[in-house]
Design a protein around this ligand. Structure first.
Ligand code: G3I
Length: 448
């Protein structure tokens, strides 16, 4: 597809996306039983980093599609991925993520335009004047491709050193263009896509310290001189060496007071159980306490694909089961919690029933169908569990999204959550028998 057609089709899709997002928000205002819908209820987005290479994995996309309202390509929009040789742009992997997100009504964060890392080697060989041109061309080429489709861009990433000096980090940009490269990048970004929020993004800037103060002083200078900047991203990679700072909220607030939005852009917290859950709660509460904290992004869907997988830092474990940290985040966002919890499925008087039928059968597998029927009151959403006999596995599911915990499949609606009193919907699934022809057990249906 040539570029003009590509852009036209991207723009048409973006129009559909706005409608889809509105529908999702309207529905989720009733249910608020996912991270994205609960955050939307607080006027925030809740997103995740996504890797294009995992989109073919059913559990990955089911969890992504069910829970998140925003995606950040984890590596696919970086310079080495998008302009590996000068002037030759490749958007295949990034497009895959953007198309997936848009078709499901999710927003997209752009990450990242100018960064010292994941930089193709040709950039480092350029002289100052050529480098300035190449930087601006990269910004206009990448932002131009997604013009109007990205809610926030990390324009410059990690330009400050760690430690007490507050100095800039050495990079081809810093070393050859000086401090002014950041301002030049922001001005070029504003010209390339005036609708996108332009962010500066960094790590170890989450509390008040020398590094965050150096960034603060830069943002203050930019806003006082009219350099276009709209937001500051706080990566928030935490572990025992770098815990959630006690002055996190205060630090977010001091940036917000400069007149910019703040966003938590790459959140992950190593640990497990209630301690990890408590740390996640602190982060969510800090963001919610700052009016200009517009959203949070966790740096991955599942522990098994995290850049720090050994530290199990995310909200879903390697089997996509919700961890205590997930419950804590959902609860801190004012979501409806798990079955039987206040405001959650099973709370209140709405009821539903679930019945199972085998609709097709062959040597190696079968199709099952579950009919969900609302009781004597209308329901906004439902959850049904299907327990598979040993050895069997699910290879496909339709009219629902599934989360697996061992052999228990928890199904939630994809589009068919709301049911009038006494009416029904169905979801279906294909099972691989692996030598077992036993029937699955359908557990309780919970309504909300
Ligand atoms: O795709 C290649 C694969 O073909 C090759 O076989 C393999 C061998 O090492 O490497 C694969 O590329 C890796 C890439 O992730 C995709 O998995 C790179 O080596 C690896 O360096 C890269 O790591 C990424 C890292 O940024 C690079 O700096 C992480 O996935 C990504 O999560 C991480 O994200 C950064 C943010 O962009 C900025 N803030 C910090 C954050 C965590 O480091």
């Amino acid at each position: 597809m040539n570029m003009i057609l590509r852009r036209l089709s991207r723009a048409a899709t973006a129009g559909l996306v706005a409608a889809a997002a509105l529908t999702a928000a309207a529905h989720s205002a009733e249910a608020a039983d996912t991270l994205g819908s609960a955050a939307a209820g607080q006027g925030r987005y809740f997103g995740t980093a996504v890797a294009a290479g995992h989109l073919g994995e059913a559990d990955y996309t089911a969890t992504l599609d069910r829970e998140f309202g925003s995606v950040t390509p984890e590596n696919e929009m970086k310079w080495d991925a998008t302009e590996p040789s000068r002037g030759t742009f490749t958007f295949t992997s990034a497009d895959r993520i953007v198309d997936h997100a848009q078709s499901r009504g999710m927003d997209v964060r752009g990450h990242t335009l100018v960064w010292h890392s994941q930089l193709p080697s040709w950039v480092g060989t350029l002289g100052a004047s050529d480098l300035r041109t190449a930087m601006k061309d990269h910004i206009s080429g990448l932002m131009g491709h997604y013009k109007g489709e990205i809610h926030s861009w990390d324009v410059v990433n990690e330009a400050f050193q760690d430690g007490g000096s507050g100095a800039r980090r050495s990079s081809p940009f810093q070393d050859k263009l000086g401090d002014g490269f950041i301002e030049e990048a922001f001005r070029a970004a504003r010209a390339a896509d005036p609708a996108a929020k332009l962010c500066y993004n960094d790590y170890n800037t989450d509390g008040v310290n020398a590094k965050s103060t150096a960034v603060y002083n830069m943002v203050k200078d930019f806003t006082s001189r009219g350099v276009p900047i709209d937001c500051v991203g706080f990566q928030s990679h935490f572990n025992s060496n770098s815990p959630v700072p006690s002055d996190y909220r205060q630090n977010l607030q001091r940036f917000a007071d400069l007149g910019v939005d703040v966003q938590i852009t790459e959140l992950d917290i190593e640990g497990s159980g209630s301690a990890q859950a408590a740390d996640y709660t602190k982060v969510v509460q800090a963001c919610l306490a700052v009016e200009r904290c517009t959203g949070m992004t966790v740096w991955g869907v599942t522990d098994k694909y995290s850049w720090r997988s050994g530290g199990t830092p995310l909200l879903f474990d390697g089997n996509y089961a919700e961890k205590p940290a997930y419950d804590a985040v959902l609860s801190a966002l004012g979501g409806s919690g798990g079955p039987g919890e206040p405001g959650g499925p099973g709370e209140g008087t709405a009821t539903c029933t679930a019945t199972y039928t085998r609709t097709a059968d062959w040597d190696g597998g079968y199709n099952g169908e579950v009919t969900v029927t609302a009781g004597s009151e209308p329901i906004g959403s439902w959850t049904a569990t299907v327990t598979l006999p040993a050895r069997q596995s699910v290879s496909a599911l339709w009219n629902g999204t599934a989360a697996f915990n061992g052999n228990v499949m928890t199904v939630r609606p994809s589009w068919n959550g709301a049911l009038a009193a006494g009416t029904s919907t169905t979801f279906g699934f294909t099972v691989t028998k692996n030598g077992s022809d036993a029937a699955p057990a359908v557990g309780a249906c919970t309504a909300s």
